[in-house]
Design a binder for this molecule. Structure first.
Ligand SMILES: [Zn+2]
Ligand SMILES: [Zn+2]
Length: 370
């Protein structure tokens, strides 16, 4: 059996859940509210004395929050693909959860269990962005998302059923790194002059050499294998100025998973992303040419470090014409992303309108010539 605990109300012992509007934890029974930071931490909340002592000794040896270097060096064999069983402290039922679960609802008594081993000591995240968007705001956000989607079937608004949203904290890696090196560019200028009855166009090509050093901060990559990367990339950006110190009190009321992807293995993805941004920044810094292109990019990544954070995401579904469409929303900004059903008739129109306009222009040119 593995360790779990519940955040309980000091007044009546009912479970506490995070309240998005007030940013505090609220008792589901007596309604009392408490500052998240006033909650007892996972190490002190353990009920039996022996466990408490063991935990105390363990805490001395382990870092207080996540550090990839020391985590990696202490890693033996870790299998996160299976399930783990817990005994719910409130109802006594045996709850089977994924080995990666950090917070989950007890399927028998509906209380939120914090799976302490996955979020404390050496696995305590470096930060968390609490939920800001209420689930009741999501239908409005979804309508806004659809507003300029021209390819939606005409009756989608009337027919779609918005499934209930699940708020989950997704583990993310935030990378810091430096890019330095040399980029070779080619720039050209075009001048035209008239000489008698001739018009002369002169194109000059220049080699441009730029040495650069740029610092990148908080490049996010989701740290959960089961989360679709493309969906998590499109849910950005998050406002990292609202990142706060991690406390498991933020998790109560939501599901959460610990990381199961390796930050070292994600480095090529980070490298590609910062290389492209660095290249664009250099391209934008070169003016006074009519066109500029990159000839060689020799920028190298160095001084990379990684932080481990939990970010708020809603997952929900819409049913339309017997099919289910999956969506995600940024729990901090309300940005909605997802698959859209495409109406055949509409996509046909969209394809033909530009073509007809082009044909019209050709006809007009012909008309002017004759
Ligand atoms: Zn209470
Ligand atoms: Zn229970």
């Amino acid at each position: 059996m593995s360790d779990m605990f519940l955040h309980k109300c000091p007044n009546c012992n009912a479970t506490l859940e995070f309240d998005i509007e007030s940013g505090m934890v609220e008792c589901s029974f007596c309604g009392s509210r408490f500052d998240v930071n006033s909650l007892k931490t996972e190490a002190t909340v353990k009920p039996d004395g022996e466990n408490k002592k063991k935990k105390k000794d363990k805490d001395k040896a382990e870092p207080k929050e996540f550090d990839w270097g020391s985590y990696k060096s202490g890693l033996k064999h870790e299998d996160l693909s299976g399930t783990v069983s817990y005994i719910c402290e409130t109802c006594g039922a045996e709850v089977i959860l994924d080995a990666t679960a950090a917070s989950s609802k007890c399927s028998y008594c509906d209380n939120f269990l914090i799976l302490s081993e996955n979020v404390s000591a050496g696995l305590r995240p470096n930060g968390i962005i609490p939920f800001k968007i209420l689930p009741k705001d999501l239908p409005r956000r979804v309508r806004e998302f659809y507003k300029d989607k021209k390819l939606l079937p005409y009756n989608f608004f009337a027919d779609n059923k918005l499934g209930s949203a699940r708020g989950i904290y997704v583990p993310f890696w935030l990378y810091n790194c430096r890019m330095s090196g040399n980029v070779k560019l080619s720039g050209s200028t075009v001048t035209t002059r008239t000489d008698g009855s001739y018009r002369i166009t002169e194109t000059s090509v220049y080699d441009i050499d730029r040495d650069g050093e740029m610092e990148f901060e908080r490049i996010p990559v989701d740290a959960s294998i089961r989360m679709p990367d493309a969906l998590m990339d499109s849910i950005e950006p998050f406002d990292y100025s609202q990142l706060v110190e991690f406390n498991s009190g933020y998790l109560t009321g939501f599901s959460a998973d610990r990381f199961d992807s390796d930050p070292d293995e994600n480095l090529p993805r980070v490298n590609e992303r910062v290389r492209v941004s660095a290249e664009n920044m250099i391209l934008n810094s070169v003016s006074s040419y009519s066109s500029v292109s990159v000839q060689n990019n020799d920028l190298k990544m160095s001084d990379q470090s990684v932080k481990y954070v939990m970010l708020p995401v809603y997952l929900f579904e819409c049913k339309y014409a017997g099919k289910t469409y999956s969506y995600a929303a940024n729990g901090q900004t309300g940005k909605v992303v997802g698959d859209l059903p495409v109406s055949r008739g509409k996509s046909f129109l969209n394809f033909f309108i530009p073509f007809l306009v082009a044909a019209g222009i050709i006809a007009a040119v012909l008309f002017l010539l004759f």
